[in-house]
Design a protein around this ligand. Sequence first.
Ligand code: NI
Length: 272
Amino acid sequence: MQWLQQYGEVKKMKLFDTHSHYNDEQFDEDREEIIKKIFEAGVENTVVVGDNVENSKKAIELAKKYDFIYAAVGVHPNEIAENEEEISKQISQIKGIVNKNEKIVAIGEIGLDNHWVKDQKELQRYAFLEQIKLANELNLPIVIHSRDAIMETIEILKGKVVPEKKGILHCCQLNRDLVKAGLEAGFYISFAGAVTFKSSKNANEIIGMVPNDRILIETDCPYLSPEPNRGKRNDSRNVKYIAEKIASVKEMPVEEVARITYENGKRIFGMK
Ligand code: NI
């Protein structure tokens, strides 16, 4: 096939960026332009993820406008209200916007985060568990955000409270116990820019732990640009660097990584 590549006739890889934030204000200036560019670059699907009620609504708007965009809706642990009653209101608002919209493919991002806030553990847990219930009610998978909360996340994964449709450990922290617990609970592991950083010394080991039918790629853009674009605003065109990293670890052609992660993405989100 080498000669085909030389003549540029090989079909572009189909890439699935399973976690993006085109609802973020960092894209306000040039959102349409960037969305057009990522599609032209071979990104055939992306899930725009909400982290509060307002930008979950924006994610739905984008999903309605663009065929190749899907939406996830939820309240991120750093966006929860200050008491249970208010959190329940947030979650019922999320429930209210889900109704009968076929392009909402997950509840997320939801989870636990001790990085920025340390005194909200109980409330974060409450919001997480209530949204897991919502996912079950709606028969959707969840997208888990877990940062500096490895033990607590493992406890939830092991506690048989995860939804029937399972879900994704998004931008998965490169921790062996967390990945093991996620895989055992039936979850998919999604890798983002951090696996390309030189400082991520155990990236190869962690990538190697994940079977081919459970691995996903994402950008989490506009955050977390991978090498060689670290420090710049991220967008889905960079998801190919994550695919390349996985290809080098698993000793597979990058086209094959693109194909399996694309199929895995469609499967977990229940997309046709
Ligand atoms: Ni995110």
